[in-house]
Design a binder for this molecule. Structure first.
Ligand SMILES: O=P(O)(O)OC[C@H]1O[C@H](OP(=O)(O)OP(=O)(O)O)[C@H](O)[C@@H]1O
Ligand code: HPA
Ligand SMILES: [Mg+2]
Length: 185
């Protein structure tokens, strides 16, 4: 799916595919340097982080294991419910492990602050965060993030894993939606 397939549903492209891919290579370089000689587990937060996990993992030179958690707080709308639900837990015991949580976006921060507390209670050697996007104006819970791709304005974004009511995850870029798509929300 690309911009042409969206017709009038696309408002604008915020971050084109080439910029996303260049940034992911840059992040991978930092992670390679920081975790050289360590045994790293990268944890993708389903579903939004699927694209960045796939591209980041392939850009890394360090060997990693990959695991997934599924949590959800947005449901079908554009606002966080504030309640984080675990839909799938890790398969891996992370006690003593170096863990890097990989996310598509930090918006209010509620999901990651909940998740990091949850993971820290399992006694890992370390827990750090890599997020492709962050909305500094929307953050309600401050979080320590080691790797950030882009700080973006406080607008609802779609594409590259991010959805609106499960739509538009398979766009290769980050964009914003035309007003008419949200309807009366
Ligand atoms: O900082 P926050 O305000 O908590 O928002 C960020 C979270 O919201 C989205 O997930 P969502 O609940 O939509 O699930 P999804 O990844 O399956 O779309 C996104 O993928 C993050 O996990
Ligand atoms: O801006 C967003 N877009 C899609 N999903 C999201 N989940 C949190 N913020 C967003
Ligand atoms: Mg979502």
């Amino acid at each position: 799916m690309d911009a042409a397939d969206m017709g009038t549903d696309l408002e604008k492209v915020l971050i084109p595919e080439e910029e996303l891919q260049a940034k992911i290579k840059e992040l991978a370089g930092q992670i390679d340097a920081d975790y050289a000689g360590k045994n790293l587990l990268i944890v993708g937060v389903l579903k939004g982080a699927v694209m960045i996990m796939a591209d980041l993992a392939r850009a890394l030179h360090v060997e990693v294991q990959m695991d997934w958690m599924a949590v959800s707080s947005y449901g079908a709308g554009t606002k966080s419910s504030g309640v984080v639900r675990t839909l799938k837990d890790l398969d891996t015991d992370i006690a003593g492990r170096h863990v890097l949580v990989v996310e598509d976006i930090i918006d209010s921060g509620l999901t990651l602050s909940w998740l990091v507390h949850n993971l820290q209670s399992r006694n890992p050697a370390s827990v750090e965060i890599c997020t492709l996007l962050r909305k500094p104006e929307a953050v309600k819970v401050p979080i320590d993030v080691k790797y950030v791709g882009f700080d973006i304005p406080n607008e609802f974004v779609i594409g590259y894993g991010l959805d609106y009511a499960e739509r538009f995850r398979n766009l290769p870029f980050i964009g914003t939606l035309a007003r008419h798509v949200y309807g009366a929300e």
